[in-house]
Design a protein around this ligand. Sequence first.
Ligand SMILES: [Zn+2]
Length: 89
Amino acid sequence: MSKDVATDTVRTWREQGLTAAVHLACPRCRAPGVFCSEDWILMDWPGCYVPPGDVRSGQSVGDRCPNCLAARGPNLLKRLGEIWRNRFT
Ligand SMILES: [Zn+2]
């Protein structure tokens, strides 16, 4: 008499990737295209300032400049795509 034995194999790995994008400054007020918690941002472009620890820090400001409320065209965001990826086994 024989027994069927399951032989499932589980593999795990860690994979990391890096994508890049350039957020150009607002053409109207020159505010940066990302939110920032630096003091000099608060002085020059208070609409783009977020307190330290805010989850929006470093994130895109979106389709409208939060400092002067001008529309930000799609040409102000240049997605460079994935520039690096590696799988660690
Ligand atoms: Zn602006």
